[in-house]
Design a binder for this molecule. Structure first.
Ligand code: NAP
Length: 278
Protein backbone atom coordinates (compact mmCIF):
# COMPACT_ATOMS: atom_id res chain seq x y z
CA UNK A 1 0.00 0.00 0.00
CA UNK A 2 1.22 3.48 -0.86
CA UNK A 3 2.33 5.60 2.10
CA UNK A 4 0.06 8.55 2.95
CA UNK A 5 1.50 11.86 1.73
CA UNK A 6 0.97 15.15 3.58
CA UNK A 7 0.96 18.65 2.11
CA UNK A 8 0.82 22.19 3.44
CA UNK A 9 -0.69 24.87 1.21
CA UNK A 10 -0.28 28.47 2.36
CA UNK A 11 -3.01 30.93 1.36
CA UNK A 12 -5.27 27.90 0.87
CA UNK A 13 -8.54 29.59 1.74
CA UNK A 14 -9.17 31.20 -1.65
CA UNK A 15 -8.02 31.65 -5.24
CA UNK A 16 -5.28 29.45 -6.63
CA UNK A 17 -4.38 28.08 -3.19
CA UNK A 18 -7.88 26.70 -2.66
CA UNK A 19 -7.81 24.97 -6.03
CA UNK A 20 -4.37 23.49 -5.25
CA UNK A 21 -5.82 22.09 -2.01
CA UNK A 22 -8.73 20.57 -3.93
CA UNK A 23 -6.52 18.99 -6.59
CA UNK A 24 -4.07 17.55 -4.06
CA UNK A 25 -6.90 16.14 -1.96
CA UNK A 26 -8.52 14.62 -5.06
CA UNK A 27 -5.20 12.88 -5.69
CA UNK A 28 -5.21 11.29 -2.24
CA UNK A 29 -2.81 13.71 -0.54
CA UNK A 30 -3.72 14.70 3.03
CA UNK A 31 -3.86 18.51 2.93
CA UNK A 32 -3.27 21.03 5.68
CA UNK A 33 -5.02 24.13 4.36
CA UNK A 34 -3.41 27.24 5.78
CA UNK A 35 -5.23 30.50 6.21
CA UNK A 36 -4.41 33.50 8.36
CA UNK A 37 -8.13 34.19 8.79
CA UNK A 38 -9.69 31.51 10.98
CA UNK A 39 -13.30 31.71 9.79
CA UNK A 40 -12.43 31.96 6.06
CA UNK A 41 -10.09 28.98 6.39
CA UNK A 42 -12.61 26.87 8.26
CA UNK A 43 -15.30 27.76 5.71
CA UNK A 44 -13.05 26.66 2.82
CA UNK A 45 -12.21 23.36 4.52
CA UNK A 46 -15.90 22.81 5.23
CA UNK A 47 -16.71 23.31 1.53
CA UNK A 48 -14.06 20.76 0.52
CA UNK A 49 -15.17 18.33 3.23
CA UNK A 50 -18.81 18.40 2.09
CA UNK A 51 -17.70 17.74 -1.50
CA UNK A 52 -16.42 14.34 -0.26
CA UNK A 53 -12.87 15.54 0.38
CA UNK A 54 -12.48 14.62 4.04
CA UNK A 55 -8.67 14.56 3.74
CA UNK A 56 -8.32 18.35 4.24
CA UNK A 57 -7.79 20.01 7.62
CA UNK A 58 -7.45 23.65 8.57
CA UNK A 59 -4.62 25.33 10.41
CA UNK A 60 -4.43 29.04 11.14
CA UNK A 61 -1.20 30.77 10.18
CA UNK A 62 -0.08 34.25 9.33
CA UNK A 63 3.12 33.51 7.47
CA UNK A 64 4.57 36.78 8.80
CA UNK A 65 4.36 35.48 12.35
CA UNK A 66 7.34 33.21 13.23
CA UNK A 67 5.66 31.96 16.41
CA UNK A 68 2.63 30.76 14.45
CA UNK A 69 5.00 29.00 11.99
CA UNK A 70 6.62 27.19 14.94
CA UNK A 71 3.16 26.24 16.19
CA UNK A 72 2.24 24.79 12.79
CA UNK A 73 5.49 22.81 12.61
CA UNK A 74 4.73 21.32 16.03
CA UNK A 75 1.19 20.44 14.89
CA UNK A 76 2.49 18.65 11.77
CA UNK A 77 5.22 16.87 13.75
CA UNK A 78 2.80 15.62 16.41
CA UNK A 79 -0.07 14.73 14.14
CA UNK A 80 1.66 13.40 10.99
CA UNK A 81 5.35 12.95 11.84
CA UNK A 82 6.60 14.28 8.49
CA UNK A 83 5.80 16.60 5.59
CA UNK A 84 5.95 15.54 1.94
CA UNK A 85 4.89 18.66 0.07
CA UNK A 86 5.16 22.36 0.93
CA UNK A 87 3.26 24.71 -1.39
CA UNK A 88 4.29 28.33 -0.85
CA UNK A 89 1.29 30.03 -2.42
CA UNK A 90 0.38 32.94 -0.09
CA UNK A 91 1.32 36.35 -1.47
CA UNK A 92 0.35 39.99 -1.59
CA UNK A 93 0.29 42.25 -4.65
CA UNK A 94 1.65 45.38 -2.92
CA UNK A 95 -0.56 47.90 -4.69
CA UNK A 96 -4.01 49.46 -4.46
CA UNK A 97 -6.40 49.60 -7.36
CA UNK A 98 -8.01 53.07 -7.26
CA UNK A 99 -10.21 52.58 -10.29
CA UNK A 100 -11.44 49.07 -10.48
CA UNK A 101 -13.39 49.60 -13.71
CA UNK A 102 -10.46 51.12 -15.60
CA UNK A 103 -8.21 48.38 -14.29
CA UNK A 104 -10.64 45.71 -15.44
CA UNK A 105 -11.25 47.42 -18.81
CA UNK A 106 -7.51 47.54 -19.26
CA UNK A 107 -7.13 43.83 -18.83
CA UNK A 108 -5.22 44.01 -15.57
CA UNK A 109 -1.73 43.64 -16.96
CA UNK A 110 0.58 46.62 -16.68
CA UNK A 111 3.92 47.39 -18.29
CA UNK A 112 6.45 50.10 -17.42
CA UNK A 113 6.11 51.95 -20.71
CA UNK A 114 2.52 52.88 -19.76
CA UNK A 115 3.26 53.96 -16.19
CA UNK A 116 2.09 57.51 -16.92
CA UNK A 117 -1.38 56.20 -17.82
CA UNK A 118 -1.75 54.41 -14.55
CA UNK A 119 -1.46 57.24 -12.03
CA UNK A 120 -5.19 57.39 -11.30
CA UNK A 121 -5.75 53.67 -11.70
CA UNK A 122 -3.26 52.01 -9.38
CA UNK A 123 -1.25 53.21 -6.39
CA UNK A 124 1.92 51.73 -4.96
CA UNK A 125 2.54 53.23 -1.52
CA UNK A 126 5.84 52.37 0.12
CA UNK A 127 4.17 50.68 3.14
CA UNK A 128 2.33 48.21 0.90
CA UNK A 129 5.49 47.49 -1.06
CA UNK A 130 7.42 46.81 2.11
CA UNK A 131 4.69 44.47 3.34
CA UNK A 132 4.68 42.72 -0.03
CA UNK A 133 8.43 42.03 0.22
CA UNK A 134 8.00 40.91 3.82
CA UNK A 135 5.26 38.40 2.97
CA UNK A 136 6.28 37.19 -0.48
CA UNK A 137 10.03 36.97 0.09
CA UNK A 138 11.05 36.95 3.77
CA UNK A 139 8.08 35.03 5.19
CA UNK A 140 8.15 32.48 2.37
CA UNK A 141 11.83 31.95 3.06
CA UNK A 142 11.19 31.57 6.82
CA UNK A 143 8.39 29.07 6.34
CA UNK A 144 10.48 27.06 3.87
CA UNK A 145 13.42 26.86 6.27
CA UNK A 146 11.12 25.94 9.17
CA UNK A 147 9.77 22.91 7.34
CA UNK A 148 13.04 21.52 5.97
CA UNK A 149 13.50 19.16 8.99
CA UNK A 150 9.99 17.68 8.52
CA UNK A 151 10.46 17.47 4.74
CA UNK A 152 13.71 15.59 5.32
CA UNK A 153 11.62 12.83 6.96
CA UNK A 154 9.71 12.24 3.68
CA UNK A 155 10.78 9.69 1.06
CA UNK A 156 9.98 12.11 -1.74
CA UNK A 157 9.99 15.65 -0.39
CA UNK A 158 9.12 18.60 -2.56
CA UNK A 159 8.70 22.34 -2.28
CA UNK A 160 6.66 24.25 -4.84
CA UNK A 161 6.73 28.03 -4.66
CA UNK A 162 4.11 29.91 -6.64
CA UNK A 163 5.91 32.70 -8.44
CA UNK A 164 4.76 34.90 -11.32
CA UNK A 165 5.80 35.99 -14.77
CA UNK A 166 6.10 39.37 -13.05
CA UNK A 167 9.19 37.91 -11.37
CA UNK A 168 10.89 37.57 -14.75
CA UNK A 169 14.11 39.58 -15.01
CA UNK A 170 12.68 41.00 -18.21
CA UNK A 171 11.13 43.73 -16.02
CA UNK A 172 14.50 44.80 -14.61
CA UNK A 173 16.57 47.40 -16.44
CA UNK A 174 19.80 47.11 -14.46
CA UNK A 175 21.96 44.65 -16.41
CA UNK A 176 24.48 44.18 -13.60
CA UNK A 177 21.73 43.31 -11.12
CA UNK A 178 20.09 40.95 -13.61
CA UNK A 179 23.39 39.14 -14.12
CA UNK A 180 23.89 38.93 -10.37
CA UNK A 181 20.43 37.45 -9.76
CA UNK A 182 21.06 34.84 -12.44
CA UNK A 183 24.52 33.87 -11.24
CA UNK A 184 23.35 31.12 -8.91
CA UNK A 185 26.87 29.76 -8.38
CA UNK A 186 27.91 32.99 -6.67
CA UNK A 187 24.65 34.41 -5.34
CA UNK A 188 24.03 34.04 -1.58
CA UNK A 189 21.01 34.44 0.69
CA UNK A 190 22.76 37.38 2.36
CA UNK A 191 23.15 39.10 -1.00
CA UNK A 192 19.46 38.53 -1.79
CA UNK A 193 18.59 40.23 1.51
CA UNK A 194 20.87 43.15 0.60
CA UNK A 195 19.17 43.45 -2.79
CA UNK A 196 15.75 43.61 -1.09
CA UNK A 197 16.99 46.36 1.25
CA UNK A 198 18.55 48.23 -1.68
CA UNK A 199 15.23 48.07 -3.56
CA UNK A 200 13.23 49.28 -0.54
CA UNK A 201 15.59 52.18 -0.03
CA UNK A 202 15.34 53.18 -3.71
CA UNK A 203 11.57 52.75 -3.60
CA UNK A 204 11.35 55.12 -0.62
CA UNK A 205 13.72 57.66 -2.18
CA UNK A 206 12.10 57.63 -5.62
CA UNK A 207 15.13 56.10 -7.34
CA UNK A 208 13.45 53.19 -9.11
CA UNK A 209 14.08 54.53 -12.61
CA UNK A 210 17.60 55.72 -11.83
CA UNK A 211 18.69 52.29 -10.64
CA UNK A 212 16.82 50.20 -13.21
CA UNK A 213 14.14 48.60 -11.03
CA UNK A 214 10.72 47.63 -12.43
CA UNK A 215 8.60 50.79 -12.54
CA UNK A 216 5.11 49.34 -12.15
CA UNK A 217 3.91 46.74 -9.64
CA UNK A 218 7.52 47.18 -8.53
CA UNK A 219 7.55 45.56 -5.10
CA UNK A 220 5.64 42.50 -6.33
CA UNK A 221 7.98 42.05 -9.30
CA UNK A 222 11.07 42.34 -7.10
CA UNK A 223 9.53 40.02 -4.48
CA UNK A 224 8.95 37.29 -7.05
CA UNK A 225 12.31 37.76 -8.79
CA UNK A 226 14.20 37.32 -5.52
CA UNK A 227 11.95 34.38 -4.66
CA UNK A 228 12.95 32.73 -7.93
CA UNK A 229 16.62 33.25 -7.08
CA UNK A 230 16.08 31.96 -3.55
CA UNK A 231 14.29 28.86 -4.91
CA UNK A 232 17.31 28.10 -7.09
CA UNK A 233 19.61 28.44 -4.07
CA UNK A 234 17.38 26.03 -2.11
CA UNK A 235 17.41 23.53 -4.96
CA UNK A 236 21.21 23.64 -4.95
CA UNK A 237 21.46 23.37 -1.16
CA UNK A 238 19.01 20.47 -0.68
CA UNK A 239 19.74 18.00 -3.44
CA UNK A 240 17.36 15.37 -2.04
CA UNK A 241 14.39 17.76 -2.07
CA UNK A 242 12.63 18.57 -5.32
CA UNK A 243 12.46 22.37 -5.22
CA UNK A 244 10.62 24.28 -7.93
CA UNK A 245 8.72 27.44 -8.55
CA UNK A 246 5.93 27.90 -11.05
CA UNK A 247 3.99 30.64 -12.75
CA UNK A 248 0.32 29.63 -12.78
CA UNK A 249 -0.62 31.76 -15.78
CA UNK A 250 -3.11 34.60 -15.53
CA UNK A 251 -5.90 33.47 -13.21
CA UNK A 252 -9.13 35.27 -12.35
CA UNK A 253 -8.87 35.72 -8.56
CA UNK A 254 -9.07 38.49 -5.96
CA UNK A 255 -5.43 39.31 -6.74
CA UNK A 256 -6.25 40.12 -10.37
CA UNK A 257 -9.42 41.93 -9.33
CA UNK A 258 -11.34 39.22 -11.19
CA UNK A 259 -10.07 40.66 -14.43
CA UNK A 260 -9.96 38.68 -17.62
CA UNK A 261 -6.65 39.03 -19.46
CA UNK A 262 -7.57 40.59 -22.76
CA UNK A 263 -5.91 39.78 -26.03
CA UNK A 264 -4.17 42.23 -28.32
CA UNK A 265 -7.18 42.82 -30.52
CA UNK A 266 -9.15 44.26 -27.59
CA UNK A 267 -6.75 47.01 -26.59
CA UNK A 268 -8.29 50.19 -25.13
CA UNK A 269 -6.22 53.35 -24.36
CA UNK A 270 -5.23 52.17 -20.91
CA UNK A 271 -5.13 48.57 -21.92
CA UNK A 272 -2.21 48.97 -24.29
CA UNK A 273 -0.54 47.86 -21.08
CA UNK A 274 -0.71 44.35 -22.44
CA UNK A 275 2.07 41.88 -21.76
CA UNK A 276 4.80 42.05 -24.40
CA UNK A 277 5.19 38.85 -26.36
CA UNK A 278 8.91 38.40 -25.66
N1 NAP B 1 -3.93 35.30 -10.07
C1 NAP B 1 -2.97 35.35 -10.97
O1 NAP B 1 -3.19 35.64 -12.16
C2 NAP B 1 -1.55 35.03 -10.57
C3 NAP B 1 -0.57 35.10 -11.58
C4 NAP B 1 0.75 34.81 -11.24
C5 NAP B 1 1.05 34.40 -9.95
N2 NAP B 1 0.07 34.34 -8.99
C6 NAP B 1 0.47 33.90 -7.65
O2 NAP B 1 -0.41 32.86 -7.24
C7 NAP B 1 -0.52 32.86 -5.81
C8 NAP B 1 -1.98 32.91 -5.40
O3 NAP B 1 -2.55 34.08 -5.93
P1 NAP B 1 -4.12 34.31 -6.04
O4 NAP B 1 -4.36 34.95 -7.35
O5 NAP B 1 -4.86 33.08 -5.67
O6 NAP B 1 -4.29 35.45 -4.91
P2 NAP B 1 -5.43 35.78 -3.86
O7 NAP B 1 -6.74 35.33 -4.35
O8 NAP B 1 -5.23 37.21 -3.53
O9 NAP B 1 -5.04 34.88 -2.60
C9 NAP B 1 -3.87 35.16 -1.88
C10 NAP B 1 -3.82 34.22 -0.69
O10 NAP B 1 -2.62 34.53 0.07
C11 NAP B 1 -2.99 34.67 1.42
N3 NAP B 1 -2.07 35.52 2.18
C12 NAP B 1 -1.61 36.75 1.86
N4 NAP B 1 -0.82 37.21 2.83
C13 NAP B 1 -0.76 36.22 3.77
C14 NAP B 1 -0.11 36.09 5.02
N5 NAP B 1 0.67 37.06 5.53
N6 NAP B 1 -0.26 34.93 5.72
C15 NAP B 1 -1.04 33.95 5.24
N7 NAP B 1 -1.70 34.01 4.08
C16 NAP B 1 -1.56 35.15 3.36
C17 NAP B 1 -4.39 35.26 1.38
O11 NAP B 1 -5.01 35.08 2.64
P3 NAP B 1 -6.23 36.03 3.15
O12 NAP B 1 -7.48 35.48 2.56
O13 NAP B 1 -6.16 35.93 4.63
O14 NAP B 1 -5.92 37.42 2.65
C18 NAP B 1 -4.99 34.39 0.27
O15 NAP B 1 -5.38 33.14 0.77
C19 NAP B 1 0.29 34.07 -5.32
O16 NAP B 1 1.59 33.63 -4.96
C20 NAP B 1 0.38 34.96 -6.56
O17 NAP B 1 1.49 35.80 -6.51
C21 NAP B 1 -1.22 34.66 -9.28
Amino acid sequence: MEEQRYAIVTGGNRGIGLEICRQLALNGVYVILISRNQSRGEESVEKLNVSSLSNVVFHQLDINDPSSIACLAEFVQTRFGKLDILINNAAEIGMIIHDDKEFRDGGGFVVDEKKHLLTNIIGEPYELGEKCLKTNSYATKTITESFIPLLQLSKSPRIVTVTSIYGDLYWFHNEKLKAELQDIDNLTEERIDEIIQWFLSDFKDGKLQKNGWPLTVSAYKVSKAVLNAYTRLMARKYENILVNCLHPGYVITDMTSHTRLINKTQISPFSSTIMPST
